[in-house]
Design a protein around this ligand. Structure first.
Ligand SMILES: [Ca+2]
Ligand SMILES: [Ca+2]
Ligand SMILES: [Ca+2]
Length: 160
């Protein structure tokens, strides 16, 4: 009798643990993966303009990726390699004033980690105002890109 009661209690405890771990899993939107201790990312393998990419990330309670460190840039480069993506949209732009780059949170880009791809930014054809990450072999870095160009994109999950 006592043993049976003990078994019932153990089963209930396991059930509570199961429910709790499911709750934690459910907070991560579908398709996001943890990379090292940097955070959760999702590479969308659909072609979208910069604005559509930005909105898609927001709809997932995330944001278009912002590079904050050399290590993060490296991880993003590896993700791009895995999908053979030469360029992905990123969360910065110079839409307000030509040549003055801000993150989508309104912080000057220079307040975070900045490594441009070689020859960038070049504002090609006078019409490149949206953020991109470019990878061409070992040349990995930020690029300014036309906002209407369609690319894959990476969303980064908010910390909270
Ligand atoms: Ca980041
Ligand atoms: Ca520009
Ligand atoms: Ca460019």
């Amino acid at each position: 009798m006592n043993m049976n009661l003990g078994l019932v209690i153990l089963c209930l405890q396991l059930l509570v643990i199961k429910i709790k771990s499911t709750e934690i899993e459910n907070k991560i939107p579908e398709g996001y993966r943890k990379y090292r201790d940097l955070g959760f990312y999702k590479l969308h393998t659909t072609y979208a303009t910069w604005n559509v990419a930005r909105q898609t990330c927001e709809n997932e309670n995330a944001y278009l990726v912002i590079i904050n460190s050399e290590e993060e840039l490296k991880v993003i480069g590896d993700m791009m390699d895995a999908e053979m993506a030469a360029g992905v949209h990123a969360g910065f732009d110079d839409l307000v004033t030509e040549g003055e780059y801000y993150t989508i949170y309104g912080e000057p880009l220079s307040s975070t980690y900045v490594k441009w791809a070689s020859g960038e930014p070049d504002n090609a054809n006078g019409d490149e105002d949206c953020g991109n990450i470019e990878k061409n072999g070992d040349d990995l870095g930020l690029n300014d890109m036309g906002c209407e160009s369609t690319r894959f994109f990476i969303c980064e999950l908010k910390d909270s």
